[in-house]
Design a protein around this ligand. Structure first.
Ligand code: HEC
Length: 104
């Protein structure tokens, strides 16, 4: 009995941070994007587009197109393939809200 209570309690404790995180794009996913698109959505590499402040609907469409292969690009297809619809929307929202100019 005590074990059951303990197990239930630890399940609750383990579940709550996960619940809180669900409202934000998974940090580890964004970290992967940052490697190419910059920490603030402003890419350092000239061949990589800036994402900060881009229109939400446009970002979401590009992610769908990469995922479905309608916009061919090897890296972006790999990156988008693992994302759920919810994650795509959250990521598009995240980048759309970032300021267009990097912080001075
Ligand atoms: C290996 C480097 C790399 C990684 C990692 C990467 N991208 Fe990209 N991304 C690119 C490149 C390069 C392009 C330009 C594609 C092209 O030339 O069509 C691009 C294009 C895009 C575009 C289209 C932008 C536009 O203006 O049309 C979006 C949106 C995007 N990436 C989102 C993401 C997201 C979200 C992640 C993380 C899940 C991610 N990228 C991870 C390299 C990367």
């Amino acid at each position: 009995m005590r074990h059951a209570v303990l197990a239930a309690l630890s399940a609750l404790i383990l579940a709550s941070p996960a619940l809180a995180q669900e409202r934000q794009p998974r940090r580890d996913l964004i970290l992967e994007c940052m490697a190419c698109h910059g920490d603030d959505g402003i890419a350092k590499d000239r061949e990589v587009p800036h994402l900060a402040g881009q229109n939400y609907a446009y970002l979401l469409k590009q992610l769908h197109d990469f995922q479905k292969g309608r916009r061919p690009h090897k890296e972006m297809r790999v990156m988008s393939r693992q994302l759920t619809e919810f994650e795509l929307e959250e990521i598009a929202d995240f980048y759309a809200r970032l300021p267009r100019e990097p912080k001075p």
